[in-house]
Design a protein around this ligand. Structure first.
Ligand code: G3I
Length: 364
């Protein structure tokens, strides 16, 4: 009897989970071709609804599926009006050798965005990860690194002048306790690397909106408070900063707190700053209950974040960190299968997708 009960449990709980996670593909193990993108129940896309509410709806785009998978591209064009290269703009890719730049990853994305009337969000210019070895391991003087940083910003921002609507200029400069992170930029140049990065980005493209981005900064606490003080100080000193990027990587066991989100965004609004949610995803692996229940909780989390964005009128973009569960960075991060995005492995809209539409269609 016990044995039968166990078998029944396995079938009921694990099989739907296994089905939901099958067919995942990574660059090293190519996925089978995806089935055609499923029709959504309504012909109105997310971005059409978003634009009616004054907000851009974006997605981070990985090069591998973008190049190999026509369904990925058509879903991207259909539902989103803001394209964010997930990795292609990072230092190691665009500036792989001291004198050499390589825009072969970025250019096809820019062309696609142009053809489909999408904006592009540049991410990130100055970060401590995904640096080329020559920079990471090079021993530069302060003046040398200043020159490297200046030329890099001039070259990358200048090349796409007028084509990138917003840049994450400096990313993740803070530790969780709110102190400045020990990076090659801070160690070699000092804290003024932050001011200089914004001034040089502004010189290279005066029209692009310039953002400071970080993680674990959406609500209140030591890090969000430190970020608030950092950006308030930049604004006060006339550094050209237009907004803050709140990443919003979330888990089911740490759901977003709507009051804290609104409170945090409101204080940035009072500084005259815009807010973008830039890397939204909600992992389900740390939740409990059936897959159905987890997806419903995930939908609530997405809806809470978007609703707070609409309530505080300075929030102008909502970006998911990926297009579909078939290609998400979470598997690489946790080593476990997950389903953190709003379209499933087969490109079908999930409860989170419908929850976002519901929020965009509601008056409040
Ligand atoms: O380019 C190599 C490729 O040549 C190689 O074959 C392959 C083998 O695994 O690796 C490729 O590099 C990977 C790269 O993504 C591009 O796919 C790296 O291993 C992998 O570590 C890297 O992960 C990225 C991560 O940043 C790096 O820290 C994720 O895709 C990307 O989603 C993630 O994005 C960051 C944001 O920029 C900032 N906020 C946090 C977010 C998550 O870390």
């Amino acid at each position: 009897m016990k044995h039968r009960l166990l078998v029944a449990l396995v079938v009921l709980v694990l099989v739907p989970f296994a089905i939901a996670f099958q067919g995942r593909g990574t660059p090293s193990t190519p996925a089978p071709p995806a089935p055609p993108a499923a029709n959504t129940s309504s012909s109105t896309s997310l971005h059409t609804l978003g634009q009616q509410r004054g907000i851009d709806i974006g997605a981070a785009v990985q090069l591998y599926p973008f190049q190999k998978d026509a369904n990925y591209r058509s879903l991207l064009a259909r539902e989103f009006n803001l394209l964010v290269p997930e990795n292609a703009f990072k230092f190691a890719y665009v500036h792989p050798t001291p004198e050499g730049y390589d825009f072969s990853g970025v250019d096809p994305l820019m062309a696609f965005a142009k053809d489909h009337n999408m904006k592009v969000r540049g991410h990130p210019l100055i970060w401590h990860e995904q640096l080329p070895t020559w920079l990471d391991e090079g021993e530069f003087t302060r003046d040398e690194l200043l020159e490297i940083m200046h030329k890099h910003i001039q070259t990358v921002v200048g090349r796409y002048r007028g084509q990138v609507s917003a840049w994450d200029v400096v990313s993740e400069a803070l530790n969780r306790d709110g102190s400045l992170r020990d990076t090659v930029w801070l160690r070699t140049i000092g804290p003024e690397y932050i001011d200089l990065a914004y001034r040089w980005a502004h010189e290279a493209d005066p029209q692009a909106k310039l953002f400071y981005g970080d993680y674990a900064n959406e609500e209140r606490g030591r890090k969000p408070d430190a970020m608030y003080h950092l950006v308030a100080n930049l604004r006060q000193r006339g550094v050209p900063l237009d907004g803050v990027s709140l990443q919003a990587h979330r888990w089911l066991d740490a759901p977003p707190n709507p009051e804290a989100l609104v409170e945090n965004m409101t204080r940035h609004k009072k500084l005259g700053l815009e807010v973008h949610f830039t890397e939204v995803d909600v992992q389900i692996q740390r939740g409990t209950g059936s897959l159905e229940k987890r997806l419903a909780m995930q939908a609530d989390a997405y809806a809470t974040i978007l609703k707070s964005c609409l309530i505080v009128k300075n929030c102008t973009a909502f970006v998911t960190w990926g297009v579909t569960d078939r290609y998400s960075w979470i598997v690489g991060l946790t080593g476990k299968q997950d389903a953190p995005l709003i379209f499933d492995e087969s490109y079908r809209p999930k409860p989170a997708y419908y929850a976002l539409k519901q929020v965009l269609s509601s008056e409040f």
